[in-house]
Design a protein. Sequence first.
Length: 475
Amino acid sequence: MRLDRTDLASAPPVPAKLTLLANAADAVLRGRLDEIAELPWVESVLALPDVHQKAKAEIPSSVAVTTLDAIVPEFTSVAINDGMGVVLTDLEAKDVTPERALAFFRRVNEDAARHVLDRNRFSLSAGEMRRAALEGAPAGCGIYGHPAEFADRMEWSGRVRVPAGGDPWRDLVPALLKATALGRREMGLNFGGNHFLELQAVDRADDPALASEWGLRQNRVAVMYHLGPGPFGSILLHHFSRRKSLKGPRAPFYFLSKLLHHYGSGKRPGSLARRWDLHFRQNGWTAFPAGSEEGMRLRQAIALATNFGFVYRLATIAAIRDALGAVFGRAAGVELLCDIAHNSLVEEPWGEGTAWVARHNSCRLAPRAPAIVAGDHDVPSVIGVGAIDGPAGLHSYDHGAGSIIDAWRSSGRLQSTYRTTQRVRLQRGRGGAVLAHDQVPVRTAAPVEQLMDILDRNGIVRPVAQMRPLATLKN
């Protein structure tokens, strides 16, 4: 399938299994996509408009790969269930002064962990960590005092069923997680890297009726968050394959923990050599047969990691709720609009059966459900809606327009508007210093609109409302 292949007249033909919604002019990137599409167990590859390659990843970002009878962990990030969400408030844009925005961010940041073993009021007990992994958001709502319906507003209702077989907690979770607090101390407030917490205002309704139905009225303030699934999932999944991102002093640490887990803790499926090949070799692509015992164990581990990610972000929502109340008073209100994963590996309907869909920095298309496409700290974001009857195979969309925005910025096309926004950087933890607090112009939304136009024309996601950044936190 060949869609939106602008300026690709001289490019090599697109393999039948590759759907290219981007101008992948970079030869290395295009070669990587072709290589993946040619693998025998790959059914299809969807490369979205923001497709780009990160140095530490095996697979490009903004990609979804469908496989038959094989589960390949390298087709997504080890940070399974990294995601974004939107919390609606009862505030108006005029209520968010620079002073109040800074106070809100500082209140949230007070509970951010300063290091991996720093405990705060959102940290979990050992028993709560187990419930989080097995039960997902329904457990998290109880732990953090949220209404039960918050779980229903998260993807898959905030819970992926852990496949039956053995005792997943006893058999799959390594001693490193059970015997230490590494996986449960830092909960919900790591806004480093490309993660962020942002105060936004509804700036424009592209679908006024649906925007009104969802509560996206003009100038209403929302809080958008983007952050990872917490340490539990990545620690767990690093024990099941050797990833390109695992380097430096962490590598020998994980090697010893994996040796204990796979060779020193009782019976494990497969021969000694097979375990080594699957879990210790850097294979590039490690194809676990979906119906095998090893495949079942990987499926259980992915489910545990996914469930924990929802609870991690429920801690974020609790911090947002408490900080809004402290800074703006009870009138601030808190309503979860949506929470969407963009690193996932799940079994989905495919043709007359099922297949495994791995998404790396791309989101699952959910018909008539909210969709988030993030901009940047100075570029508006978009809340869209998933198509009801999207074309077969176009089952995913970009979680953001980062590389497109970067290209516009570097070429000087990212023009300023008359509005401004705040950019805040804080040192993590109670009393964390203000490292930067800058007022910068809000830039044109054109790069995000360009991406949305491609998604809309291909029947994937159409825009509902544009969200203007008021202030953004990084810590």
